[in-house]
Design a protein around this ligand. Structure first.
Ligand code: ZN
Length: 235
């Protein structure tokens, strides 16, 4: 045995030499060498880039997160009307005074009163999308046209101003041509590109007319109801 073993594997080698003699031991050493893990070439550590945050064009959340929609977008016939008419938004019933929140980042483009809507706030968002918050009991103090507003900030409180049959929020989303869009296509969703906005689908109106269930007839509609014989004067 002239071969010099330099690798530190004494125990195994000695066992091999004692049992099988020189030639076999040489084989054992060769095998042991083959079994040694080869040092891996040291590759440069890959540079881990954090995944880029998706750029959010616009994200919508409910203006009254703890309350459900109780009257959807679509054709609706009120008891004092002869035919269905587009309910251009959704109604969310909530108690008087409940804070109404901005549904997305934007700029306040109206804060005041409008016929039918009563006290209302309008916000314009990315791509000209507009949200409206109507029948408010009050507009948030200090809220002014032209001011930037973040999603989730209060725009006012729930009321029953304008043509309304009880405390609720009438909430609309419109496109830049002022076409009403079904808010259900937007609430709880975020969009990264303008082409992802479901504007065409959301603008579709089903031909089905729903009869509205109204528990309190608005004062302004009472005379009409009486004239039609739908209610008795004084109801
Ligand atoms: Zn409504």
């Amino acid at each position: 045995m002239t071969e010099t073993v330099t690798a530190p594997q004494g125990g195994l080698h000695r066992l091999g030499i004692a049992l099988f003699g020189g030639a076999l031991a040489l084989g054992a050493i060769t095998l042991a060498h083959a079994a040694l893990p080869r040092p891996e070439p040291i590759a440069p550590a890959p540079v881990v880039q954090p995944a880029p945050e998706p750029v959010v064009l616009v994200a919508f959340q409910s203006p009254l997160p703890d309350h459900a929609i109780n009257s959807p977008f679509g054709l609706r016939q009120m008891p004092w009307e002869d035919a269905g008419r587009l309910h251009a938004g959704v109604d969310i019933a909530a108690p008087f005074g409940e804070p109404v929140l901005a549904a997305a980042d934007g700029v306040v483009t109206a804060a005041g009163s409008a016929p039918g809507y009563g006290r209302m706030v309008e916000i314009t968002h990315a791509e000209g999308l507009v949200t409206r918050y109507a029948h408010l009991g009050a507009v948030a103090p200090g809220l002014r046209r032209g001011q930037a507003i973040k999603s989730g900030h209060p725009v006012g409180e729930v009321g029953s101003s304008g043509v309304s049959s009880g405390p609720h929020l009438h909430f609309e989303i419109r496109d830049r041509q002022d076409r009403p869009l079904n808010p259900l296509y937007f609430l709880g969703r975020r969009f990264t590109e303008a082409q992802d906005l479901p504007v065409l689908a959301a603008a579709k109106v089903s031909p089905r007319v729903r009869m509205a269930q109204v528990s309190n007839i608005p004062e302004s509609k009472r005379d009409l109801m009486v004239a039609k014989g739908l209610i008795e004067a004084g109801d």
